[in-house]
Design a protein around this ligand. Structure first.
Ligand code: NAD
Ligand SMILES: O=C(O)C(=O)C[C@@H](O)[C@H](O)[C@H](O)COP(=O)(O)O
Ligand code: ZN
Length: 376
């Protein structure tokens, strides 16, 4: 199945361990690989209406050639698909074709489809297996690995969901050729995140041309970025699957970012990766304000993300700057809140992220106020 150039990583979770296969041109042979980890001979593909015209047939045909019966559902594209309504519709569609306990759910799409289909798989018939076939850079470097599934609700981002690991991840870099540039850059923000958390060499490479190479979809650069990100994520997930400690570092930029997404409206002005880019800049600004991080490192983060074409300040909404107090209020629903206090992911510098509970809300507010003012 795997083209000669593919690479395989393992996520080590005992009897729930699984492979991440990374390579160009994997889709055509995905049926055999999925059949090999399936308990039965049925598959249910979940995809969206942008991905379906490009890749549904090739995946369906490959699964059928591997001897599987295939059903599918096509969800609306975009962040708004991660909702109660769409979860209900998807479960109805799965039940309408009498999906069985041995049916394999195939999440064919970006992080939205992965999160939604993974959540549906985790509760359908009290849990059926699923595989991730990520089709965006963001999902190949981050969301397809680690088993976080979920939807957005009125109270906040990803607040309802499960930890539920896939049986296999197949990341075919060839599918990134049809991805809009803006989406490539949004995925790039999560790659940069891995450099900023604990891999200064990755960051140096990104800054010194690796980032530009990824943005123009250079194959070697893509594979290096996906491999580095997935290796880091697999290691963290294996040691702290349910985020009782170190996994929270993968949330760098997300406490701010999720607040920006919630305030802008899901499917609003910022894609998830864009919100993470702005959020990482804010996390570094807060680290500087708290005397934890040299200002030069925060300046490098801002300059590099801006240079590749990512936003580094919050956008305006309906011609108005975002409201800093409201952004702060959104942070109170962060999943890293305990005893009423948010644990922030801050940094001593590039590649030196830390978890910090001793953060003064007024200091956070000041960083937010400064950031929203820049947009006016
Ligand atoms: N579970 C996790 O660990 C985790 C990690 C990071 C992000 N996420 C979640 O992932 C979501 C963001 O995922 P995303 O950035 O992949 O967005 P997405 O799933 O919305 O995909 C982005 C857009 O690209 C289109 N698309 C996908 N693949 C394509 C292709 N190959 N060619 C052309 N168009 C294609 C989609 O239809 C969509 O319009 C957010 O909801 C975020 O919360 C989850
Ligand atoms: O896998 C993780 O852990 C992450 O934090 C990865 C993030 O990129 C991702 O956006 C995740 O969904 C955020 O998790 P949440 O628990 O804050 O919703
Ligand atoms: Zn993320």
């Amino acid at each position: 199945m795997s083209p000669a150039s593919s690479q395989t990583l393992r996520v080590d979770l005992g009897d729930r361990s699984y492979d991440i296969v990374i390579g160009s041109g994997l889709l055509a042979g995905c049926g055999e690989a999925i059949r090999a980890v399936s308990r039965g001979k049925r598959a249910f593909i979940v995809t969206d209406d942008n991905v379906a015209p490009h890749y549904l047939d090739i995946v369906r045909t490959s699964l059928e050639q591997a001897g599987m019966r295939v059903d599918h559902a096509i969800m609306p594209a975009g962040e708004q698909a991660k909702s109660w309504d769409n979860l209900g519709r998807l479960l109805d569609a799965m039940l309408a074709v009498r999906s069985e306990r041995k049916t394999m759910v195939v999440a064919l799409g970006g992080g939205v489809i992965g999160d939604l289909a993974g959540f549906a798989a985790s509760i359908l018939l009290r849990g059926v297996d699923f595989v991730q076939v990520p089709t965006t850079l963001l999902s190949q470097v981050d969301s397809s690995v680690g088993g976080k599934t979920g939807i957005n609700v009125t109270q906040g981002k990803n607040l309802v969901g499960t930890f539920y690991q896939p049986r296999l991840v197949l990341a075919d870099t060839a599918v990134l050729r049809t991805l809009p540039v803006r989406e490539v850059l949004a995925g790039y923000a999560e790659v940069a995140k891995y450099g900023l958390i604990d891999d200064p060499h990755l960051w140096d490479w990104l800054e010194s041309g690796g980032g530009a190479a990824i943005a123009r979809l250079d194959e070697q650069a893509l594979q290096r970025a996906i491999l580095a990100s997935c290796t880091a994520k697999a290691r963290v997930v294996a040691s702290d699957e349910r985020e009782s400690g170190v996994r929270a570092l993968l949330n760098l930029g997300h406490t701010f970012g999720h607040a920006l997404e919630a305030e802008g409206g899901y499917g609003g002005p910022l894609l998830h990766g864009e919100a993470v880019a702005v959020g990482m800049v804010m996390a570094f600004d807060l680290s500087v304000a708290m005397g934890l991080c040299p200002p030069a490192d925060a300046a490098r983060v801002r300059a590099h993300l801006a240079a590749v074409g990512l936003p580094v300040v919050p956008p305006q909404v309906n011609g108005q700057p975002m409201n800093a107090e409201r952004l702060l209020a959104h942070m109170a629903s962060d999943k890293k809140v305990s005893d009423g206090k948010v644990t922030f992911v801050l940094a001593h510098g590039i590649g030196q992220s830390i978890l910090c509970r001793d953060v003064d809300p007024p200091q956070v507010l000041q960083v937010l106020q400064q950031a929203v003012t820049v947009t006016t």
